[in-house]
Ligand binder design. Sequence first.
Ligand SMILES: NC(=O)c1ccc[n+]([C@@H]2O[C@H](COP(=O)([O-])OP(=O)(O)OC[C@H]3O[C@@H](n4cnc5c(N)ncnc54)[C@H](O)[C@@H]3O)[C@@H](O)[C@H]2O)c1
Ligand SMILES: [Zn+2]
Length: 385
Amino acid sequence: MSLEFRALERELTFDEVSYRFCIHSGPDAWRDLARKLVALEADRFLVVADGGLAQPAVREVATCIGDVAPVVPLPVVTNESAKNLATIDALAERAITAGATRRSVVIALGGGLAGNVAGLLAALLYRGVRLVHLPTTLLAMSDSVLSLKQAVNSRYGKNHLGTFHPPALVWNQLDFLDSLPAASIRSALCETIKNVLGIVPERYDELAGRLRPDARYSKAELTELIELCVAAKCHVMRHDSTEKHEALVLEYGHTVGHAIELVSQGRVPHGFAIGLGLLVAARVSVDLGQLDRADEAAHRRLLELNGAPVVMPDGLDLDAVMDAVRLDNKRGYLPHTEGKCDMVLLDALGRPHRTGESLMTQVDEDVIRSAIQSVFAADPAAVVA
Ligand SMILES: NC(=O)c1ccc[n+]([C@@H]2O[C@H](COP(=O)([O-])OP(=O)(O)OC[C@H]3O[C@@H](n4cnc5c(N)ncnc54)[C@H](O)[C@@H]3O)[C@@H](O)[C@H]2O)c1
Ligand SMILES: [Zn+2]
């Protein structure tokens, strides 16, 4: 049955934080956005724009925003190695010299990377100015804008330097997704898969029936997939806006996933890296006697239905991956034990393993290393030991 697209607006609440989350499509929607921006009474819009966006798309947004208040363009290079404090510093200097004040509003126009850079800039500028997300990738729409976390990388790891800063508004204009490569849609859907495996397994069959390797989804289907992520994230973040307790399950697959993303220097995009990280986390859970093989197989099935990679990219250095795992930003929820790394694991689909009250589990480095090797053993060129 084909679904019909319907615009959607709802208020999301995480602890004391609330913001409007809107999904729209079509040229008329820009007028609705302009009305919402007028209500912010901004003196300027500091537009942190993803440098990889097509110019006509940027111009369309700039026209809409520029009709409301003057625009200060702040282009950002979308490259993990540019997602750092030096970039934030340079953008802040440009914003300040262009006249930014506390009444200015930072607009994040781009994928998750531009969103994080804009988010941290908004958090730091004058100790916090308002932030509006205009996400342009499915990953940003369905995942990163739903998190209040704003961080950039250090030289030693992903998202080491950051804070929390909520948006005043999230505006998902689905038309942006028309220009996204299929791989980017598949990569984003790895996070949707993570949400189903870790939080809402009762929606497993629905997602399995929806996923297609060609990644061609109607706007109504994309809305449904975004909604699925909203439901899952709201479920665990409603009383855990800083993602330190129940919402830590959102980090499932992220310990090894972040390491793969970092070591591959962005060659493996975030979602695909998390997909690979999910397979490793499931294998570790099985090896520790927590998860059964059928639940592990359920991970691979969804990734394959999505057309996501289930083998490591050629030549990824396993020692470098393990070095990055050791410096993962989730260290410290549990007291450190030499030779162990902290991971989110599952006892069953939708049931994270607990150490006392915590969702983190300390795992021997050797167990992680051998899980990586055994998951990807089918591809002999996959990991360089
Ligand atoms: N804050 C959080 O909780 C959170 C959650 C998930 C991911 N992230 C971060 O988000 C980043 C990944 O985000 P992403 O997957 O959106 O990738 P991205 O922001 O790195 O963008 C990927 C590529 O897509 C291009 N692009 C963006 N919009 C496009 C469009 N409409 N059409 C065509 N190309 C377009 C960009 O120019 C870039 O080349 C990572 O840095 C990750 O750490 C943060
Ligand atoms: Zn993620």
